[in-house]
Design a protein around this ligand. Structure first.
Ligand code: NAD
Length: 490
C-alpha cells in the first residue's frame, strides 16, 4: 500500500502528516487520484491529498460500523479519559498546528494559535460532558407508570466542515460525537485538508480507537456525501458551511430521514447606540470584523451606528483598520492574512463595486493588493445604501460596511432585514437598554459590549437560514443522542 505524507518545510512537526484517507486503522490511498492543496499566501501548491470516491466513502462507513458497538459500550469515564488526552495532545502541538493552519488557510498566526486553543477546548469540554449524559425519571401525570428517559448514541455520523476554521469546526463535531458514543466520518473542505489530517493523527495517537473517527477527502463532495447519506447505517449529519450547500444536504438527508445539525452562513449586524463607549465599540468592531481576516461566519458584516456617533466611528475605524499589517499568515508580523482563493477575492470585489455603484464611499482600502497570493486590505465603506448586495450577502473578508441609523426601532428593523440569523453585536452603556434589544434581534447569539461570542461551553448556532441545532455546550452533545423513553410500571 502506498503511503503519502507531508512535512512543513520550515516547521517540521513531531510526525509527517499523513495525506491519505483514514479508513479504520490505516491511512490509505490505493488507486485514488490526488487533490492539490494550495498555499493562499503564494498561490503555489503545498502538497496533495488522496481523492476518495464513493467506494472509499462506503468503506469508511463499514469501518465506522465495525467500531460502533464497542465504542457505544465503552464506559463514559473511559471515553472521557480519551477525550481529555486528545485535549492535551492537541495543546502540546499548538504552535506546530498553528503554523500548519496558517500555511494552508492563509490566516495570521495569531488567529491560528487562537483557533488551536478553541479547537482543543471542545475535547476538554466534552470529556466533562461524557460522564453527565443524564436521563430523566418522572411519574406520569395519570400516576399509572414511571416515564424513564435515557439518552443513547444516535449512530454513525457524517461530519462535513468548511475551510475557515479547519481545526475547530472538526473538533466541535468530533468531540461531542465521541462523548455521546457515536462513531463518525469526517469530510474536510477541499481547500484545507491538512489540518484535519494532522488533528486526526494526533487524536489517534492519543488513544481514539481504530474506526471511531474516519476521514475522507474528495474533489467531488456531492456524489460522495450522497452515497454516505443514503447508507441506512448512517443516522446523523452535522454540516458547517454555506447556506446554499446546507439546503442541498437537507434534501439529501431527507431520503433516509437523517437527523441534521446545520451551521450555515451569517450576516451579523453590529449595532452602536448613542450611549455606547466609542473606544470600546471600536475595539469590539476590530475583533468582530478582523478575526480570521473577516472569514468567519460570526464576522460583523453590517455596522449600524447611531447618527450622532457615525462620523467619529468611521474615522476611528479607518485609523485602526488602516494600521493592520497585511501579509503571509506565517509571518509573525502579519495581523491580516490572505483570503482563501481567487473566488473569494472576486466576491469581495463584486460586493464593494456594487455598493459603490449604489452610492457608498470607500473610506479605506477597497482594492485587491497587487502581489502574489490572495490579499485584500482592511477596508471601510460608508454611506452604504439600502439594496446594496453587501447588506444581504456575507462578504467573508476584511470589509466593514457602515450605515447610520436614527433610533432604536430603525436599528432593529435594519438588523433583522436578512434571511440570516447567526450572531449580532450590540454596544450600549446601558444593559437595561441592551438586553431588551438583544431579545428583539432575530439571531441565535448576541454579544453585548463584546466583539467575540464563540465559546465551547455556549450553544453556538443560528436561526432563520443560518441553521438548525446547536454546537458546543450540553446542547451540542444532545445533537448526537436519541431520547429513549421507557414506560415502566413497578
Ligand atoms: P461550502 O458550503 O462551500 O463548503 C463547506 C463544505 O461542504 C466543504 O467541505 C465542501 O466540500 C462541502 N460541500 C460542498 N458541496 C457539497 C455537496 N454538494 N455535498 C456535500 N458536501 C458539499 O462552505 P465554505 O466556503 O467551505 O465555508 C464558508 C461558509 O461556511 C460560509 O457561508 C460561513 O458562514 C459558513 N460557516 C458557518 C459556520 C457556523 O458555525 N454557522 C462556521 C464556519 C463557517
Amino acid at each position: 500500500m502506498t503511503v503519502h505524507s507531508f512535512t512543513l518545510p520550515d516547521r517540521p512537526g513531531p510526525f509527517a502528516i499523513p495525506t491519505d484517507n483514514l479508513i479504520g486503522d490505516a491511512w490509505q490511498s490505493n488507486g485514488m487520484g490526488r487533490i492539490d492543496v494550495i498555499d493562499p499566501s503564494s498561490g503555489s501548491v503545498l502538497t496533495s491529498v488522496a481523492d476518495a470516491g464513493v467506494e472509499e466513502a462506503l468503506a469508511a462507513v463499514d469501518a465506522a460500523e465495525a467500531a460502533a458497538k464497542s465504542w457505544a459500550a465503552t464506559a463514559p469515564r473511559k471515553r472521557a479519559e480519551i477525550l481529555v488526552a486528545c485535549f492535551h495532545a492537541i495543546m502540546a502541538e499548538q504552535e506546530w498546528l498553528a503554523h500548519l493552519i496558517s500555511r494552508e488557510s492563509g490566516k495570521a498566526l495569531s488567529d491560528a494559535r487562537g483557533e488551536v486553543a478553541y479547537a482543543a477546548e471542545f475535547f476538554r469540554w466534552y470529556a466533562e460532558e461524557a460522564v453527565r449524559i443524564n436521563g430523566e425519571l418522572n411519574m406520569s401525570p395519570s400516576g399509572a407508570n414511571r416515564i424513564m428517559v435515557q439518552y443513547q448514541p444516535i449512530g454513525i455520523a457524517l461530519l462535513i466542515t468548511p475551510w475557515n476554521f479547519p481545526a475547530a469546526m472538526a473538533t466541535r463535531k468530533i468531540a461531542p460525537a465521541l462523548a455521546a458514543g457515536c462513531t463518525c466520518i469526517l469530510k474536510p473542505a477541499e481547500e484545507t485538508p491538512l489540518t484535519a489530517q494532522a488533528v486526526l493523527e494526533i487524536i489517534r495517537q492519543a488513544g481514539v480507537p481504530a474506526g471511531v473517527v474516519n476521514l475522507i477527502n474528495t474533489s467531488d463532495p456531492g456524489p460522495v456525501c450522497r452515497a454516505i447519506l443514503h447508507d441506512p447505517r448512517v443516522r446523523k449529519l452535522s454540516f458547517t458551511g454555506s447556506t446554499e450547500v446546507g439546503r442541498i444536504l437537507l434534501r439529501e438527508a431527507a431520503d433516509q430521514v437523517i437527523k441534521t445539525s446545520m451551521e450555515l452562513g451569517g450576516n451579523a449586524p453590529f449595532l452602536v447606540f448613542d450611549d455606547a463607549d466609542l473606544d470600546e465599540a471600536i475595539e469590539g468592531a476590530l475583533l468582530a470584523k478582523m478575526r480570521n481576516g473577516g472569514e468567519a461566519c460570526t464576522a460583523a458584516n453590517r455596522f449600524y451606528v447611531h447618527r450622532r456617533l457615525h462620523n467619529a466611528f468611521v474615522a476611528k475605524l479607518c485609523e485602526r483598520m488602516g494600521a493592520i499589517a497585511v501579509g503571509p499568515g506565517a509571518d509573525p508580523a502579519t495581523q491580516c492574512g490572505a483570503m482563501i482563493n481567487q473566488a473569494s477575492i472576486d466576491k469581495i470585489e463584486r460586493l464593494v463595486a456594487d455598493a459603490v455603484k449604489r452610492g457608498a464611499e470607500v473610506k479605506l482600502g477597497g482594492k485587491t493588493l497587487a502581489q502574489p497570493g490572495y490579499f485584500y486590505p482592511p477596508s471601510v465603506i460608508a454611506n452604504v445604501q439600502p439594496g446594496s448586495e453587501i447588506l444581504s450577502t456575507e462578504v467573508f473578508g476584511p470589509v466593514a460596511a457602515v450605515i447610520p441609523f436614527e433610533d432604536e426601532d430603525q436599528a432593529i428593523e435594519l438588523a433583522n432585514a436578512t434571511e440570516h440569523g447567526l450572531a449580532a453585536y450590540v454596544y450600549s452603556r446601558s444593559l437595561e437598554r441592551a438586553l431588551p434589544i438583544a431579545e428583539r434581534i432575530d439571531c441565535g447569539m448576541v454579544a453585548i459590549n463584546r466583539g467575540l461570542v464563540s465559546d465551547a461551553a455556549a450553544p453556538f448556532g443560528g436561526v432563520k437560514q443560518s441553521g438548525l441545532g446547536r454546537e458546543g455546550s450540553h446542547h451540542g452533545l444532545l445533537e448526537y443522542c436519541e431520547a429513549k423513553y421507557i414506560a415502566v410500571s413497578w
